[in-house]
Design a protein around this ligand. Structure first.
Ligand code: ATP
Ligand code: FE2
Length: 329
C-alpha cells in the first residue's frame, strides 16, 4: 500500500510518500528559516500554507505515483505549534476529500520513533528521541510508548538553537554548533550537568554558557563544552534505561540525532555494554513527511482513520497518550 504524509508541526513543511517496509518513494521538504531570532508560529504557518501545495506535487512526481494510487492521507496531528499544525491538517483534509481517501492522524513524536525503528530492523529497542521541542528516552510497553525520562524544561534542540541565537547566529543552531565545536581547543568549561534520575534539564546550561560568552570565551570552546556536557547527560539517562530494561539496543531519532558526537557517544556506551546502536540517515532524523506517511500506514492498518470533522489538531498531544495498536502483536 502507498500512503502520503504531511508534516508541518514546527519549522518544516514536508510531504512524503511511502510504501511497504517504509520504502520512501518520494519526499519533498522546505524549512522555514527566520531571518533572525526564533520561530514565529504565524510566519512559519504562512510559509507552510504557501509551499505545501507545491510540495505535494513534487513528492508525487518524485515517487512517480498518481493521486489515484494513494490509499490514505496521513498528517501530523500534534504536538506542535497550533497555526503550523492547522496548515498541514487543512491540506490533508482537502486531499482526503478530493481524492476520497481515508484521513489518518499521526503523533509527530511517535512518527520520529517509528521511522527510526523500522529502518533499524530492531524489534523492541530503547529509543532516544532528541529533537527541537522534545528530549525523551522511550520504551514500548502494553499498548503505547512509555516515556522513561525526559527534559524538565526545554528540548535539547531548542537549547542549542537558543544558545546559537544568543551567540549571534541564526536558526537552526544545532548544525552550526556542531561545526563550531570541531574548532574547539579541547578544553571543557564547567557547565551545569543536570541529570535528575531519568530526567534532564538544559536552561541552567544555557544561562551559564551565555555567561562564559559575556566573559569573552571563544565560541568554539563554548560549542565543544556544550556538546560534551549535554550529550553526556543524554548518554547517561539512555544507559540507565538500558540497564533497567535489560535491553541491548538503542535507536536514535529526532533532529539532534543528526549530530555525529551524540551518535558516537551513545554508540560507544551501548557497544561497551555488548549492545548495538542505530541512527537513521539525517534526512529522516529531522522533521519529514515520510515518517508521518509510514506511521500513518501502520495506523491505517490498525483502523486508525478519522472523519474530517473529528480531525482537530492537538498542539500538546504527548507521546505516551496515543495508542499504538500496531505494536500489540
Ligand atoms: P520536535 O520533534 O520535538 O517537535 P522539531 O520538530 O522542531 O522538534 P526536528 O526537525 O526533529 O525538530 O529537529 C530540529 C532540531 O534538531 C533543531 O533544534 C536543530 O538545531 C537540531 N539539529 C539538527 N541537526 C543537528 C546537528 N547536526 N546537531 C545538533 N542538533 C541538530
Ligand atoms: Fe520533530
Amino acid at each position: 500500500m502507498v500512503v502520503l504524509g504531511i508534516e508541518s508541526t514546527a519549522h518544516t513543511a514536508s510531504v512524503g510518500i511511502v510504501g511497504e517496509g517504509a520504502q520512501v518513494l518520494g519526499l519533498a521538504s522546505d524549512m522555514y528559516r527566520p531571518p533572525h531570532g526564533g520561530i514565529h508560529p504565524r510566519e512559519a504557518a504562512n510559509h507552510h500554507v504557501e509551499l505545501l501545495p507545491d510540495l505535494v506535487t513534487r513528492a508525487l512526481d518524485a515517487a512517480h505515483v498518481r493521486p489515484t494510487e494513494i490509499e490514505a492521507v496521513a498528517f501530523a496531528q500534534g504536538p506542535g505549534l497550533g497555526p503550523c499544525l492547522r496548515a498541514g491538517a487543512t491540506v490533508a483534509r482537502m486531499l482526503s476529500l478530493v481524492w476520497e481517501r481515508p484521513l489518518v492522524p499521526v503523533n509527530h513524536c511517535v512518527a520520529h520513533v517509528e521511522i527510526a525503528r523500522v529502518l533499524s530492523g530492531l524489534d523492541d529497542p530503547i529509543l532516544l528521541y532528541a529533537s527541537g521541542g522534545n528530549t525523551q528516552v522511550i520504551a514500548y510497553a502494553r499498548g503505547r510508548y512509555r516515556v522513561l525520562g525526559e527534559t524538565l524544561d526545554i528540548g535539547v534542540g531548542n537549547f542549542l538553537d537558543k544558545l546559537w541565537i544568543g551567540l549571534g547566529g541564526t536558526f537552526p543552531g544545532g548544525p552550526a554548533l556542531e561545526a563550531e565545536a570541531r574548532q574547539g581547543s579541547g578544553e571543557i568549561l564547567p557547565l551545569p550537568y543536570s541529570v535528575h534520575g531519568m530526567d534532564v534539564a538544559f536552561s541552567g546550561m544555557l544561562t551559564a554558557t551565555l555567561a562564559h560568552h559575556a566573559k569573552g570565551v571563544a565560541r568554539p570552546d563554548l560549542a565543544y563544552s556544550v556538546e560534551v556536557t549535554a550529550y553526556s547527560m543524554l548518554t547517561e539517562i539512555t544507559e540507565r534505561a538500558l540497564a533497567h530494561r535489560q535491553r541491548g539496543a538503542v535507536v536514535l531519532g529526532g533532529g539532534v540525532a543528526c549530530n555525529e558526537r551524540l551518535r558516537t557517544m551513545v554508540r560507544t556506551m551501548v557497544e561497551g555494554r555488548g549492545g548495538s546502536m542505530f541512527a537513521p540517515p539525517r534526512s529522516l532524523c529531522v522533521d519529514n513527511g515520510a515518517m508521518i506517511a509510514w506511521t500513518g500506514l501502520l495506523a491505517f492498518r490498525s483502523g486508525g482513520t478519522v472523519p474530517v470533522e473529528a480531525s482537530a489538531v492537538e498542539p500538546r498531544q504527548r507521546t505516551d497518550l496515543v495508542a499504538t495498536p500496531w505494536r500489540a502483536g
